[in-house]
Write a protein that binds this ligand. Structure first.
Ligand code: 6GU
Length: 227
């Protein structure tokens, strides 16, 4: 899978994608993440990419020409499953969407900034609009990094046994159960006996019931419509 991210501040995401699992996923060839500076596609000598909003009002708007040039340049090289615009008024991102996007092909993420992008970008080039929650960030960069992380870790071969996605919170719509490591006792606080028993089937049952209980107390909304 190839993920292209278009932004006016691509540097914001550079170190993020250069580390840990995301770095490994790229080095092992499971994914290629390419950051693009929208200013490189500017149509004027000042590398300007935004302008005042028609009709007035505070805030600059990202113009269609640089974005069109960038997206078209990418689409002339390979096909993309989705061209995603990161925006607070998009559909709220969740594990179901991460799973879906991880199964598909290449992705373009366009990061909004200032007052957003010219509506014609959304009408003509964007296939999907995603938000990461009901709060406002100063740009779509962190949101795009969040989505890319959630997608990349699901790609076959990216995670090893230890970091397996199979036991994640939200896999099966349940929160993950508590985990423990040595020492078995800390200042009188003990690890649940069952985990030291070596009884694999009982441990699996215990973890499942803990996951249910944790979900019931913290996120009862996740259990609605299950059974
Ligand atoms: Cl995708 N962008 C911005 N600017 N703010 C957000 C967001 C995206 N998702 C939640 N808040």
């Amino acid at each position: 899978m190839r993920i292209d991210i278009i932004s006016v501040v691509p540097k914001l995401m550079e170190s993020f994608f250069a580390h840990s699992i995301l770095k490994r996923g790229q080095e092992a060839g499971h994914v290629e993440v390419v950051l693009h500076d929208l200013r490189d596609y500017s149509v004027n000598k000042h590398r300007q990419v935004d302008d005042y909003a028609f009709g007035g009002g505070a805030g600059m708007v990202l113009g269609i020409e640089p974005i069109a040039r960038c997206i078209r340049a990418l689409q002339s090289e390979r096909t993309y499953d989705e061209v995603i615009y990161m925006t607070p008024d998009g559909e709220t991102f969740n594990q179901r969407i991460a799973n879906q996007l991880s199964l598909g092909g290449n992705l373009i993420f366009l990061c909004g900034h200032y007052k957003g992008v010219d509506q014609r970008v959304r009408d003509l080039f964007i296939t999907r609009e995603i938000s990461i929650g009901d709060y406002v960030l100063s740009g779509g960069e962190l949101a795009a990094a969040v989505c890319a992380d959630a997608i990349i870790r699901l790609l076959p071969g990216v995670l090893n046994d230890e970091t397996s996605a199979l036991t994640d919170s939200f896999q099966d719509n349940l929160l993950a159960p508590p985990v423990y490591t040595r020492p078995a006792e800390f200042e009188g606080s003990k690890v649940p006996e069952i985990l030291l028993s070596g009884h694999e089937a009982k441990i699996t049952d215990w973890r499942f019931s803990q996951a249910i209980e944790r979900t019931r107390t913290r996120r009862p909304d996740l259990l609605e419509g299950m059974e």
